[in-house]
Write a protein that binds this ligand. Structure first.
Ligand SMILES: [Zn+2]
Length: 267
């Protein structure tokens, strides 16, 4: 979906006239399509709402092309230790390998790192014996990743573009990315399309339903205007994933305000 093309809610009296919890009509909600939402407040001039039907927390307005460019144009400076990332990734690789073996796959595991930044997780996937691919929309970041990790393959594409290319994977790592997507349904559909029938997805995203999220939601550290546009809880995320053909197989409990899910295609 093109940035800036989705009509949001409008406030006849201006945003300053709104009270927290006040009902609005407009929308629709990016997950369930409902047209009633609750006003949560503004952060740095950006309004956030909670869907009155599915409880999705979402930015009222889609950022303009200029706002996207300002945030993501300079993105990609993270370079954590590849060795440490292997500890995060080995459960995904081990479980995906077991599922691939059961499905009769004998080639090396094909693994995709969605939103790969400078490729540290992609390199960790390669270090765990996978044919590792990284996906990142910023071409400059992809160039840097290629120079740092020549044993991996990197693609400067959106998830939807990559899914349309016909690639399929045994394992997909998608950590703290879906909350950045404008169109979460097309994003989730692309994730499902990229998985082999025996494939395994590890998905993490902030958890707006976690008990540690402040009562005044806009104060929550994961409400980051322009970057974090859609903030799920386990019910509305499970619903979206289910609607695109994915089944949540395991949820890792955490004291952090995050959802950590292992998902497979529904059989
Ligand atoms: Zn909704």
């Amino acid at each position: 979906m093109e940035p800036g093309l989705v009509p949001g809610f409008v406030f006849p009296g201006g945003a300053n006239s709104m009270q927290r919890g006040e009902k609005l009509t407009g929308g629709p909600c990016p997950v369930c399509g409902a047209t009633v939402a609750l006003w949560l407040g503004e952060k740095k001039g950006h309004a956030y709402l909670r869907c009155a039907s599915c409880a999705l927390v979402y930015a009222r307005d889609v950022p303009t092309r200029e706002q996207f460019a300002a945030v993501y144009g300079a993105y990609g400076g993270n370079r954590p230790s590849v060795g440490r990332q292997r500890f995060r990734l080995w459960p995904l690789v081990a479980w995906a390998r077991q599922r691939a073996c059961r499905a009769g796959v004998t080639r090396p595991l094909r693994a995709l790192d969605v939103g790969c930044n400078t490729g540290y997780n992609t390199a960790a996937l390669a270090g765990l014996g996978s044919e590792a691919h990284g996906l990142e929309t910023n071409p400059a970041t992809v160039e840097l990743a290629r120079s740092l990790h020549p044993d991996c393959q990197f693609h400067a594409e959106t998830l939807e573009q990559h899914a349309a290319s016909g690639q399929r994977y045994d394992a997909i790592y998608c950590s703290e990315v879906i909350e950045h997507a404008v169109d979460v349904r097309s994003f989730a559909t692309a994730l499902a399309a990229l998985l082999e029938p025996h494939g395994l997805l590890f998905l993490t995203t902030p958890d707006a339903g976690h008990w540690r999220v402040p009562a005044n939601t806009v104060r929550w550290r994961h409400v980051i205007p322009v970057e974090h546009l859609r903030l799920f809880d386990r019910r509305n995320l499970g619903r979206l994933l289910g609607e695109v053909g994915l089944e949540v197989r395991l949820r890792i409990p955490t004291t952090r305000t995050n959802l950590r899910l292992f998902c497979t295609p529904r059989v």
